[in-house]
Each structure stands twice: as structure tokens, then as C-alpha cells.
Design a protein around this ligand. Structure first.
Ligand SMILES: Nc1ncnc2c1ncn2[C@@H]1O[C@H](COP(=O)(O)OP(=O)(O)O)[C@@H](O)[C@H]1O
Ligand SMILES: [Mg+2]
Length: 301
């Protein structure tokens, strides 16, 4: 079977994706699969360069990769691909829609506003949420243009900055607490990892620099674990995820978990969160890639 590893792409997460792709190239079982790297430099590459592969292993992140567009092209061409389908990928890319669906399913998520212009900023609603608030692109990733805003005077600039990256921007209630990530594989919760940033929050630098955030497996107290597990699995189900997705949460000092966002094509370097969690379960990165391919093929209709 000929597996193409799609990486690069045109989003703000291109560099990250190239690293994910490189790691997948290194770790994929080359005795089992014939592997070709496919670096996407422009949109058309997805159509031109995938024609002779049997499976597309997606190492893409962000817009035009994680948002369902590439999945739609592959589906149209009849090429099976890894991870969530078009609908689920698009839903999870849009944090406003993600949260709307979570809310409808009674899954706890912080209050928020979504705006398309600075005129739409509702300062009264922000006052109600209380400062600080987080302001970030609705369809963002890798913490680009993400700001913790402590006062009214800074809101407009943060929204303007976000609008440089996206057509919509979210203003979200600040959830003070500990960040965790819940990797879910085929409706099964893998070991939960804690994320400890060394700065105020998990920004770009903390995500990708060698001296960035630390992440390690944690054991939550039983009652909290049960709640987090239920929330993670319900989130996965509500957003119609398949194969794998990573659900990020913040647990407040009072022990109350909030869903922050869902990543349908999370980072895939050997030291990224999902492969690390699989490792905690005794699944090597090579086997983990195998499992992704196997279940993605099974789900592809
Ligand atoms: N409402 C919030 N409360 C507290 N921290 C937040 C909030 N929103 C974002 N953050 C911080 O910013 C980081 C990036 O935000 P996130 O919503 O995960 O977007 P991205 O898709 O860029 O990862 C989070 O990991 C967290 O550290
Ligand atoms: Mg995130």
C-alpha cells in the first residue's frame, strides 16, 4: 500500500506541520508501507500530487488541512485519509461552532462572544464575563494572535489583530486553572497529560520551543477523572469525531473542568502530546501510526 504523508500546507502552522510530517516519515513502518512524502506548497498540490497514493496520512495542521477542506478533496478523489471526516474537522476548527454544540449538549465550556468586526464588540457582555478575557481568532491554532486582555482599552486592538488572521474573533471568559489534554482514540480515552507552561499561558513559544511547556501524564482523583472522561468522550461524540482527536480542557482551582477546544489533527512529532500519551499506554509511535491508518481505512466509506 502506498501511503503519502501530506505535510506543510499554507496555514500559519506550516512549520509545525513539516515537523509532524518529518517525524511520521521517520517512524512509520516502512516494511509494511511504501511511503512518499508530499509537501504541500500551494492548494493545487493536494489535487496534483496525491493521484497515485492509496492512503493520505495527514500531518497538516490549521487552515486548509485541519479544517475539512483537504479531507473533502481527498474524499472527492476517492482517496482514504487519516482522522476525522470533513464535517467534524470543519466543526472543530471553528471554535464558535464547537462551543455552540458543546453548550447544546450540556458540556461545560467558558462563556464567549463571537465578532466579525470591531463594531460588534459588546462591552457590556464583556463586563459581565469580567476581565481578563481571552481574545483569539475563531478558526485559529498554535495560539496565533491569542491575547489575555485585562482591560477595556486593549480589547479593540486584540480583536483587530485577530481579524488579520481570520474573519471572526472570539472573546472568551478566562478560565483560571490547570491545562490538561485528553487524547481520544476511537471512543477510548488515552492517558491524560498535564500541560505546564512556563509563561502566563500556552503560547506559540511554549508549544514549540525546546525549552517550552512541560507535559506529563497525570492521575486525576477518581471523581474528577470520571467527569473529565465523560466530558471528553461526550465532546468527541457530539462533534462526530472519528479515529482520533485531542480534547483540551482547563480544570479550575475548585476542580471544575471546562472544555477549551478540540484538535482534529494534533501535533505529531515524536514528543507531541498524542504520541506521548500513546507511549504511556505502551503503544510505540510506529504502532500508533499503524493504528491510525488501520482505523481510518475501516471508517472510510
Ligand atoms: N478562555 C481561556 N482561559 C484560559 N486560557 C485560555 C483561554 N483561551 C485560550 N487560553 C490559552 O491560550 C492557549 C491557546 O488557546 P486555544 O483555544 O487552545 O487555541 P489554539 O487553537 O491556538 O491552541 C490555550 O492553550 C490556553 O493556554
Ligand atoms: Mg489549543
Amino acid at each position: 500500500m502506498k501511503v503519502g504523508i501530506l505535510m506543510g500546507g499554507i496555514s500559519s502552522e506550516r512549520e509545525v506541520s513539516l515537523n509532524s510530517g518529518k517525524s511520521m516519515m521517520q517512524h512509520i513502518n516502512k516494511e509494511k508501507y511504501e511511503v512518499v512524502p508530499i509537501v504541500i506548497d500551494k492548494k493545487e498540490d493536494v489535487i496534483e500530487n496525491v493521484k497515485d497514493i492509496d492512503f493520505a496520512l495527514l500531518a497538516l495542521h490549521g487552515k486548509f488541512g485541519e479544517d475539512g477542506t483537504v479531507q473533502a478533496v481527498l474524499k472527492t478523489l476517492g482517496i482514504p485519509y487519516s482522522g476525522c471526516d470533513t464535517l467534524s474537522s470543519s466543526l472543530c476548527m471553528d471554535k464558535d461552532l464547537t462551543k455552540t454544540i458543546l453548550k447544546a449538549n450540556n458540556i461545560r465550556t467558558a462563556r464567549w462572544l463571537n465578532v466579525k468586526s470591531i463594531e460588534e464588540i459588546d462591552y457590556e457582555a464583556i463586563e459581565e464575563m469580567k476581565y481578563p478575557v481571552f481574545i483569539k481568532p475563531t478558526n485559529g491554532g498554535s495560539s496565533v494572535a491569542t491575547f489575555k486582555i485585562t482591560k477595556r482599552e486593549d480589547v479593540e486592538n486584540a480583536v483587530k489583530e485577530g481579524l488579520k488572521w481570520d474573519n471572526e474573533v472570539m472573546i472568551e471568559e478566562f478560565v483560571k486553572g490547570d491545562e490538561i489534554t485528553c487524547p481520544v482514540f476511537e471512543n477510548e480515552l488515552f492517558p491524560i497529560l498535564a500541560i505546564k507552561a512556563k509563561t502566563d499561558f500556552y503560547d506559540y513559544e511554549q508549544k514549540y520551543s525546546a525549552n517550552g511547556a512541560e507535559h506529563f501524564a497525570i492521575n486525576l482523583e477518581e471523581k474528577l477523572y470520571k467527569e473529565v472522561k465523560e466530558m471528553a468522550l461526550n465532546t468527541y461524540k457530539a462533534l462526530k469525531c472519528s479515529v482520533y482527536a485531542r480534547i483540551d480542557m482547563i480544570i479550575t482551582e475548585q476542580g471544575v473542568p471546562y472544555v477549551l477546544e478540540v484538535n482534529t489533527l494534533p501535533g505529531m512529532t515524536a514528543t507531541s502530546l498524542f504520541p506521548q500519551s500513546a507511549g504511556e499506554k505502551g503503544i510505540s509511535y510506529t504502532n500508533f501510526i499503524d493504528m491510525i491508518i488501520e482505523y481510518s481505512l475501516k471508517n472510510f466509506k
